[in-house]
Design a binder for this molecule. Structure first.
Ligand code: F6P
Length: 329
């Protein structure tokens, strides 16, 4: 594998720290004397040949910025055999010998297909959800947690003043990682995640929440904060049902895309820098079809096929700790 030119793209939902990763990939790639090319709008841009030359100056003033300067987009054509062939051809025609893909599981499946079709790829995990099984950490997670934590702290002020129950819905797609960590960090009374309650009926959920509210009232609690992962669904309806079944005013707040934006935290910037470097090192060593990961707290890497087959789950210990600490028993 004789690599002279490396492309880099961001794919899937943007995440704070993606820009720091782009900067690291480009600057470190340049020190290794690669020609560096940015691919705009993810795989959509790849198959349309939306390429820009990237020199050291092109990534100035980027490390602290949220979002992704390369932009991201969803492509219906890309995952098809024609789309993959078109993407590989567009890359090769422009002289791109290998590609670094910053994104989530779906993006890595695309990277795997590109590799199978002759374009070496390396994945860097970037998503606020932290739901990529092969890695302990994904770029953007810490920033999203901090954003959600600050929002919950604010909601708590008003919930306490009004002695209300507040249902606060956080992102995470089908996973509850954000919900559990935010619940622990904010001292929430309860956390509800899809891993436990995706199939629980609304009536059962409301019964459990109302029981918990009553237990809280007995020990003098002035609010009831429930962090609910979006994968459980319909927090507005749940809030209405809680009000109907209890004497407690209840409000639902969906934090939404605020969690995806903002300046990345130090953790996201540092991990992004390290992952970017490792991706370039892997290509320099002639390796491809790998994902850069965090394993036992250290930067590592794993074969994409193996990585995609792995499973991880929320920590049972942390999940139980939310309720235990809130009750003090
Ligand atoms: O994967 C990141 C994420 O923000 C999820 O938490 C959420 O389910 C999804 O993306 C939202 O996607 P979109 O921005 O396309 O609505």
């Amino acid at each position: 594998m004789d690599i002279k030119t490396i492309g880099v793209l961001t794919s899937g939902g943007d995440a704070p720290g993606m820009n720091a990763a782009i900067r690291a990939v480009v600057r470190y790639g340049l020190t290794k004397e690669f020609r560096m090319v940015g691919v705009e709008r993810g795989y959509h841009g790849l198959l349309r040949g939306e390429f820009i030359e990237m020199d050291a100056a092109s990534v100035c003033d980027l490390i602290q910025r949220g979002g992704t300067v390369l932009q991201t987009a969803r492509s219906k054509l890309f995952p098809t055999p024609e789309g993959i062939a078109q993407a590989v051809k567009a890359a090769k025609d422009y002289g791109i010998d290998a590609l670094i893909v910053i994104g989530g599981d779906g993006s890595f499946r695309g990277a795997q297909k590109l590799c199978e079709n002759g374009l070496p790829t390396i994945g860097i995990p970037g998503t606020i959800d932290n739901d990529i099984s092969c890695t302990e950490y994904t770029i953007g997670y810490d920033t999203a947690l901090n954003t959600a934590m600050e929002a919950v702290d604010k909601i708590r002020d008003t919930a306490t003043s009004h002695q209300r129950c507040s249902l606060i819905e956080v992102m995470g797609r089908n996973a509850g990682y954000i919900a559990v960590d935010v619940a622990l960090a904010t001292g929430a009374e309860m956390v509800i995640v899809p891993e436990k309650d995706k199939n629980t009926s609304k009536v059962d959920l409301v019964t459990r929440i109302v029981k918990d509210i009553e237990a809280g009232q007995k020990v003098g609690k002035k609010h009831h904060i429930v962090i609910i992962a979006e994968g459980v669904g319909d927090s507005q309806k749940l809030a209405e049902m809680i009000e109907e079944c209890s004497d407690v005013e209840t409000r639902a707040t969906v934090l939404g895309h605020i969690q995806r934006g903002g300046s990345p935290t130090i953790r996201d910037r540092v991990i992004a820098a390290q992952m970017g470097m490792r991706a370039i090192d892997l290509l320099t060593e002639g390796k491809s079809n790998r994902v850069v990961i965090v394993k036992n707290g250290m930067i590592d890497d794993v074969d994409i096929d193996e990585g995609l087959a792995m499973k991880k789950s929320i920590s049972e210990y942390k999940y139980c700790l939310v309720g235990n600490l809130s009750r003090g028993v």
